[in-house]
Design a protein. Structure first.
Length: 143
């Protein structure tokens, strides 16, 4: 039998769906995100019928439905800026910060020498980079 319901701990399959969703964003693996969507789709009726037994599934479904925002921060003050931005709870937001060039897809073409930049991205589009946390505009209605 496949483990599909949550108990005191989230079930393994719902955790896997969350991991596929988040790592898909960080590593640029659209196949992983699509697989997470398929997994949630297969569970939709159960989530609606028995939400208390499928809390982790519901959380992943919400992240998919409300379009996860990826915040990429690069440069010498990346970790400091990430700490500032994470002080406010923001559901469905994934943070990736690096002070030096990294090989992960999420950081590709996002470094500028001696500058710290913050990118807000959804799907395949990003807002123009800003250079300070105070300049970040959180708008839930884009794109």
């Amino acid at each position: 039998l496949k483990e599909i319901t949550d108990s005191a701990e989230p079930c393994g399959n719902s955790v896997m769906a969350k991991v596929l969703w988040e790592l898909g964003h960080l590593l640029g693996e659209t196949k992983w995100m699509e697989r997470a969507e398929e997994m949630v789709s297969l569970m939709k009726a159960r989530i609606v019928a028995y939400p208390s037994a499928h809390a982790q599934w519901a959380s992943v479904a919400a992240a998919i439905a409300f379009k996860t925002t990826l915040v990429v921060i690069t440069g010498p003050e990346a970790l400091k800026f990430a700490t500032i931005l994470q002080k406010t709870y923001r559901p469905f937001v994934i943070f990736a910060a690096a002070e030096q060039q990294e090989s992960l897809a999420v950081f590709e073409h996002r470094f500028k020498k001696n500058e710290t930049l913050i990118y807000l991205c959804r799907g395949n589009s990003c807002k123009a980079a800003v250079d300070h946390p105070d300049k970040v505009i959180w708008n839930e209605n884009w794109p």
